[in-house]
Structure formats: structure tokens, C-alpha cells
Design a protein around this ligand. Sequence first.
Ligand SMILES: [Zn+2]
Length: 394
Amino acid sequence: MRRRAELATLSDTPGALTRLFLSPAHKRAVSLVEGWMREAGLETHMDAIGNLVGQKGGGKKLLLGSHIDTVRDAGWYDGNFGVLAAIEAVQAAGDLPYGIEIIAFGDEEGVRFPQTLAGSRAVAGTFDPAALAGRDADGISMGEALAAFGGDSGAIAALARNPTDVLGYVELHIEQGPVLEAENLAVGIVTAINGASRFAVVVTGNAGHAGTVPMPMRRDALAAASEMVLAVEAVGRSTPDLVATVGALAVHPGAPNSVPGVVKFSIDVRAPADATRHEAVLAITNAFDRIAGSRNVDLSMTQTHDAPAVICASRLREQLAEAVKANGITPRFLPSGAGHDAMAIAELCPVAMLFVRCKGGISHTPEESITPEDAQTAIDVLVEFLRKFKTNDD
Ligand SMILES: [Zn+2]
């Protein structure tokens, strides 16, 4: 917790925690965490994409880690906790019969550049060099920022690990949701990182004078869209672990004396199983067609995002569950609604995640918090996991 407080002072903006990928604060964070990795007996280096890597032992390696970049005006635990907990656990676990690599990824939040997960994609061998041309709000490209940071664009491809050298990847992270708190559990085991579908919807009716167009003659785009929003909510409620949200909606012309002619809104659907998500999208589409037909409005629906779910490896999940039980806690399995570096690393090797209860389930704000007791429990679980860890070869 002391380290967490010290790390939280490294910010690009005074009075708030903002530590964007390849920024001066990110560089200082690399140095600070590198010192702690060395204290824990790890050999360290910063790699070509700006990841901080700490290694211990030879042979095949188990990867641990999370990210040390943050959103703007961030909390102190998102990402940072997972890195500090891994260092703490590796030090406490002592000598292990396999190699360890702790990676502090630099680009999980994707706040600065158009592309995200640069660090974990480089390690997984899926980094697209085209991302280096992406520019931040000041017009600085990722490639330029990386060079100034001490990275090396030309050496990124060589960061890809060989899958046969890697035993798996385990990430500790705050839950960023309210489930563990509601069930009074310090930790939980992630089943899958939810897949996500996003759509941009346009409903077109007829704009008109709110005083002169009789009700039966209207084609009110907002009244139709309102039914659609409720249909999205109903679909989301129909299946456990499925979530469906309309988070943005714009009404045109948007005046008190106008019948709405056009409404644009977003849909975000997430689920731990892709089949569930695809069925939900189909149910939403069918409901929209029916509503548009009965209200005589035009409908267009464009998919803007589609990411498959990442299933956490059952072999790692079960071993995490054993370690949770050994700490006197009933294993609770839950999906992750948010994205993580583990999504990218899943292209390389089996992945697993342990969630830690966070206060109020809130994240990405300075109010984000966990208790020292829960932090210790999470570390204890990871130590137990590391000591008992059975590789595929065992
Ligand atoms: Zn995070």
C-alpha cells in the first residue's frame, strides 16, 4: 500500500493521477517499479515498446503482470495493483521450479493513441506496426513518442515470445464492478473476458411541428427509439452474465416544439460466451425490425465494434480456485466486463485472472479503492498459486 501511494504520485498532471503511455510520468513509473523489482530479486529491463520486464529463473516462464498506464484522473489501483502484487508475491514465494517474468505493460487504457494494448500485443506477437503512425492529440506519433521514451520501433517484432517458452499468464486486477462486494468476497476468479458488440443506430421518422401534426399522422423517431431502448434493456435482462446498454442518444432537431425526425443512438452488448452475445444481437435486431415496422420509421444499424470473448484457461482457473480455497475463501467465478492485457496475451498462451473486491464497484475515478486486507488476501492467493503451480508438463 505504501508503494501504491508512492507510485500514484507519478502523474502527468498536478493534483490528479494521469499517466499516459510513453509520457514522462510513465517513464518515472518504469524507473520506480524497476527498483522494486530488483529489490524482489528480479533481473529487469525496459523492452522496445516500453514494457518494464522483470525476470527470475530459467527455462519456461510463467508470465505475471498488468499495466502501469492509467486513464485521465484515474484511481490508484487499476493495473498498478496487479503489477505491485505480482512483485510482492514473487518475492514472498521464494525459489520456484520454473521461470517467472513480471511485465508492467504500458498501454492498456488506450487513452493517448488510437490503438491500444501495444505492450501486450508486442509480447503476444500480434502488434500491428501501423499503430506506430497513430497520433495523439498533440500530433505526436506513437513511433516518435516511443523513440523519445527510449524504445525501439525496429525491435518490437522481436519481443514476440515463443509459445513453447511460456507456461501461461496470470493477472491480478481490481474487479471494477460490484459483484464481489455484494457477495462479501475478497477475491474472485475470472471465467472469461467478455466479448463485445457495438452498433450505431439511426431511426428516421418525420420531423414536424409539435403543435400542428395530429398524433395519428406522426412518425416520431424518438418514440420509436424509446421502445428500442427498452427492448435492449429487456434482452440484457433475459440472460445471466449478459449486459446490453444504450449509453448515447441524440435527438434531431431536438427542440421542445418539434416532433423528433431523427434519433441516433449506440448499443453495447457484452457476454462471456460469444453464442450468448450473438443471440442477444439477433434478438435486438428482431425487436427493432418489429418496432420500426409498427411505427413506420426507417431503421439503420451499423456494427462499429466486434471483439470475441477470451475464455480463461480451465487449468489455470482451477489452480487459482484451489489457492483461493486454501485461503479459506469460497471460489466465486465471474466474467470480466472490462478489457485487460490478458485479452492480447491470450493469443500467446493460456491466461487467467484473479479479481480483487473494490469499494462500491467503482473504477476509473480517484474514488477507486481496495482495503489493505483484501490486497494481502490477493497476494496470499497468488503466493499459494505460485508455490503449487503445476505446468502442462507436470
Ligand atoms: Zn486495468
